[in-house]
Design a protein around this ligand. Structure first.
Ligand code: FES
Length: 157
């Protein structure tokens, strides 16, 4: 099967693999490199990763579906991922999420019609001391309230 992986991505993956004692151990950075190319991981990307690392496709699928940082369909230009785990929930994550739903006109798992925003709720982002927090693409933002969130959205627009 042809996977249509650009040569620059293959070179990057070879570089990643050269830093790991076992190919399988490089699964997360390899998936990140593939996702950076198109903004999501296709079925073909997953198969290519499995072939390249010598592991079963089901193992790749498990990892892709477990970690919220991996996407299986295209996201908007700004992917807002709101943490709803314990620390963030106790500090107002639900309110932030409903504010975003209203303001953007989308629910979790959806992308705005203009393709600018996607919204997700996710598990702990590892910044519990800054709860409530979210990520926009790869950037983390903490200690948010509605006003800070509105300012952030304006900056993103
Ligand atoms: S609970 Fe939200 S970052 Fe940990």
């Amino acid at each position: 099967m042809s996977h249509n992986i650009p040569d620059r991505v293959k070179r990057r993956v070879e570089d990643i693999l050269s830093r790991y004692p076992r190919r399988e151990a490089a699964l997360l950075p390899v998936l990140s490199a593939l996702q950076e190319e198109r903004g999501f991981l296709s079925h073909s990307d997953e198969e290519w990763a499995a072939d390249t690392l010598g592991i079963p496709p089901a193992k790749v699928r498990e990892v892709v579906t477990f970690y919220s940082l991996f996407r299986r369909k295209p996201a908007g230009r700004h992917h807002l991922q709101v943490c709803t785990n314990v620390s963030c929930a106790l500090n107002g994550a639900d309110g932030l999420l409903s504010h975003l739903r209203k303001k953007l006109g989308i629910a979790e798992g959806e992308t705005s019609a203009d393709g600018r925003f996607s919204l997700s709720s996710v598990e702990c982002l590892g910044h519990c001391d800054e709860a409530p927090c979210l990520m926009v693409n790869d950037e983390h933002y903490g200690r948010l309230d509605r006003r800070a969130l509105d300012e952030l959205l304006e900056k993103l627009e």
